[in-house]
Design a protein around this ligand. Structure first.
Ligand code: NAD
Ligand code: UDP
Length: 320
């Protein structure tokens, strides 16, 4: 049966890929996005699709009647700036979207008797003292550091969603997304995969923060959105980790990007920027829950995913 999804943040990187998946299976989608970090080009290919509507709106302000008058089966919350660069430039907007924005969407889900899906993050684990991170780990998060606007906003979003679930009976699904990369990332938003690919394609030095021994576990966006859909459709409230457990140091990532692009770039060690104070030393998802419950696991290796991303950046982005 065709379902109607309201996708907040559907003009962003992950959101637009998830919209493609939903539209591809025959669902109707209304995107609400203020394009603060998203791009209209991410959804331009859907402009003539009668199943897709785009409403430009900031979800921290009351939702317009063009949205609230409609019926939805699912309300999805993927609206939030997510790059550490944004933590420096728009901390108040991030706190607002994770509190008032999420609440506006929860109120709509409650009014429409819709399921509510929250795109949470591995950042709720902070600089983790347990490795890999299972959902049962409560995290090691600074409440006042430069990352706190994002980490605490997401922790608050989770708490809010659980309160609506417990108090009002809203059917909630929470996915904790680990580092995701791929096509449609913005070249200069400061996250590592897109920064390194952009720098390599320009033959500029790759900016390695510190000695590059910190680790991340990178999931290609095509795998990621399949996992998010499994959580969305599934029976568990969560939270549920969705990520790729293959863990790499950031220096390894830099070396692979240089190799795959055939770049003349060097690797330049730079000091950790101030907004990255508290940069997690390691991060890797324990995906037992999503694997055992839904049979989801990633299938795209880092090399294959990076190759797809590099091809896309070569042809679609003006990197001059
Ligand atoms: P993104 O910046 O590309 O997408 C976020 C989208 O939300 C953008 O289109 C932006 O314009 C929109 N938005 C932000 N504030 C808004 C507001 N007030 N009103 C309406 N729209 C607003 O980032 P992304 O990487 O696609 O992240 C999507 C979601 O997934 C975010 O909630 C993020 O926290 C979460 N997440 C992403 C990653 C990752 O590695 N990409 C990891 C963990 C969690
Ligand atoms: N990083 C880096 N050079 C860059 C951008 C990021 O070395 O130009 C590092 C960053 O310090 C962090 C890792 O890469 O240790 C992942 O950064 P990203 O912003 O992609 O994700 P997050 O820190 O939110 O996991």
């Amino acid at each position: 049966m065709t379902q109607h999804h309201l996708v907040a943040g559907g003009g962003g990187f992950v959101g637009s890929h998830l919209v493609d998946l939903l539209v591809g299976r025959g669902d109707k989608v209304t995107i609400v996005d203020n394009f603060v970090t998203g791009r209209r080009s991410n959804v331009a290919h859907l402009a003539d699709n009668k199943s897709v509507t785009v409403v430009e709106h900031d979800i921290t302000t009351p939702l317009p009647t063009s949205i609230t008058n409609d019926a939805y089966d699912v309300v999805l919350d993927l609206a939030s700036p997510a790059s550490p660069n944004d933590f420096k430039t728009m901390p108040l907007q991030i706190l607002a979207v994770g509190s008032t924005g999420t609440r506006n969407l929860l109120d709509l889900a409650l009014a429409r008797n819709a399921r509510f899906f929250l795109a949470s993050t591995s950042e709720v684990y902070g600089d983790p003292l347990v490795h890999p991170q299972p959902e049962t780990y409560w995290g090691n998060v600074s409440p006042i550091g430069p990352r706190s606007c994002y980490d605490e906003a997401k922790r608050f979003s989770e708490a809010l969603a659980m309160a609506y679930h417990r108090t009002n009976g809203v059917a909630v699904r929470i996915a904790r997304i680990f580092n995701t990369y791929g096509e449609r990332m913005r070249p200069r938003d400061g996250r590592v995969g897109n920064s390194f690919v952009t720098q390599a394609l320009r033959n500029e030095p790759l900016t390695l923060h510190g000695d590059g021994s910190q680790t991340r576990s990178f999931c290609h966006v095509a795998d990621e959105v399949r996992g998010l859909a499994a959580v969305l459709d599934g029976h568990l409230t969560g939270p549920i980790n969705v990520g790729n457990p293959d863990e790499f140091t950031i220096r390894e990532l830099a070396e692979v990007v240089i190799e795959l692009t055939g770049s003349k770039s060097s690797i330049a060690r730079v000091a950790l920027p101030a907004e990255r104070e508290g940069d997690p030393l390691q991060r890797c998802p324990d995906i037992s829950l999503v694997r055992d419950s839904y049979g989801w696991e990633p299938t795209i290796s880092l090399r294959d995913g990076l190759s797809r991303m590099i091809d896309w950046f070569r042809t679609k982005e003006d990197l001059g």
